[in-house]
Write a protein that binds this ligand. Structure first.
Ligand SMILES: NC(=O)c1ccc[n+]([C@@H]2O[C@H](COP(=O)([O-])OP(=O)(O)OC[C@H]3O[C@@H](n4cnc5c(N)ncnc54)[C@H](OP(=O)(O)O)[C@@H]3O)[C@@H](O)[C@H]2O)c1
Length: 320
């Protein structure tokens, strides 16, 4: 497994296991399979409500000696409805308790905009908190590193301008930016910006989040086929004797971007980590790069939160 070195000294495996939408016994079985197949980087979030299941499995693996805590790279996130300085410590402590761990390897601010939630399980009860203050939140994030609750800190769904502000004013720099990233939304400028500033980029929804799309009714504004049914992806897959998922994941890691595909299917999750025994050539890369349609390829506008586009820290263009 290829490892990316973080500025803070940590080592992040370039393929991780995504867990959004997975829970209960299905997740428990799948995570066991994932660990057997070699996944050591696990991506979760307070919001996913699955940290307890993940913690149970990880602790079974640690206590049976199959892995050490040092072998694992665990990422979790501060939820949008806690994007306030006074909430950071409380939510991280709760995540650690859920996970049954003393520390995580990476703690991310899940989104640049803050919300208030009357009911955390009901998106419709969430309203905009217009006073989100990134610098104030970041100071408490830094304190979490000082206290040893997390080894590193980072961001998710922030744009370059928002990241730059934290780079300019922080004592501990963000180590990681997790964003939507796939063949239709390749985010080249943002990825280059992060690379130039020592920030590792993690791609989410690289396979096109089929179950997520259904669950939240997400859609591309440009009429494009599902990523795994894209003609170029299928052609490159047949050329290399690989699956469409392996092609788009390989394309992403060849760019030095971390991938965290989610699968609860024991065959597919194995497939998703077996991407180190082949290489895409310059022509494949060029053909796949041509699939980028910029913001028209964005699935995640977060308009599931009513009024989010009016938040002063809304990270994406309001019109495309
Ligand atoms: N920071 C954020 O705001 C944010 C947002 C979204 C996601 N994430 C993270 O990123 C992870 C990945 O993104 P995602 O869950 O949105 O979507 P994804 O990984 O792009 O796609 C998951 C979907 O692809 C299917 N799939 C998996 N492997 C496959 C394969 N080899 N062939 C065909 N289909 C396959 C899965 O079904 P099966 O399970 O049935 O295989 C599932 O329907 C999440 O789980 C989460 O950890 C973060």
């Amino acid at each position: 497994m290829k490892i990316l070195k973080l500025r803070s000294g940590g080592e992040m495996p370039i393929v991780g296991y995504g867990t959004w939408t997975a829970s209960g016994d299905v997740l428990e079985n799948a995570l066991n399979e994932a660990l057997k197949s070699g996944y050591r980087h696990i991506d979760t979030a307070y919001l996913y409500k699955n940290e307890c299941t993940i913690g149970k499995v990880l602790n079974e693996w640690i206590s049976s000696g199959r892995v050490t805590r040092d072998d694992l790279f665990v990422v979790t996130k501060l939820p949008a409805y806690a994007t306030r300085p006074e909430d950071v410590e409380k939510y991280l402590k709760e995540s650690l308790q859920n996970l049954g761990l003393n520390y995580v390897d990476m703690y991310l601010i899940h989104s640049p905009f803050g919300l208030f939630a009357k009911d955390q399980t009901d998106l419709d009860t969430m309203v905009i908190d217009y006073d989100t203050d990134h610098l104030a939140i970041w100071k408490v994030m830094e304190k979490q590193v000082d206290c040893g609750r997390t080894k590193a800190i980072g961001l998710s769904n922030f744009n370059a301008k928002q990241v730059q502000k934290l780079l300019d004013y922080s004592r501990i720099k963000p180590d990681n930016l997790q964003v939507e990233h796939h063949i239709y939304l390749q985010q080249t400028e943002l990825v280059d910006f992060c690379r130039d500033n020592g920030i590792v980029v993690t791609a989410y929804s690289t396979l096109g989040t089929k179950d997520g799309k259904k669950r939240l009714n997400l859609n591309w504004s440009k009429g494009v086929p599902e990523i795994l049914e894209n003609e170029v992806v299928l052609r490159v897959a047949s050329k290399h004797g690989k699956t469409p998922a392996q092609i788009v994941l390989r394309f992403t890691i060849q760019k030095g971007v971390v991938v965290i595909p989610k699968s609860t299917n024991s065959q597919r999750l194995v497939e998703n980590i077996q991407i180190f025994d082949f290489e895409l050539d310059a022509q494949d890369v060029e053909d796949l790069e041509r699939q980028d349609v910029g913001d028209k390829g964005r699935l995640w506008w977060f308009t599931i939160f009513a009024g989010v586009k009016d938040h002063p820290e809304y990270p994406f263009p309001k019109e495309i």
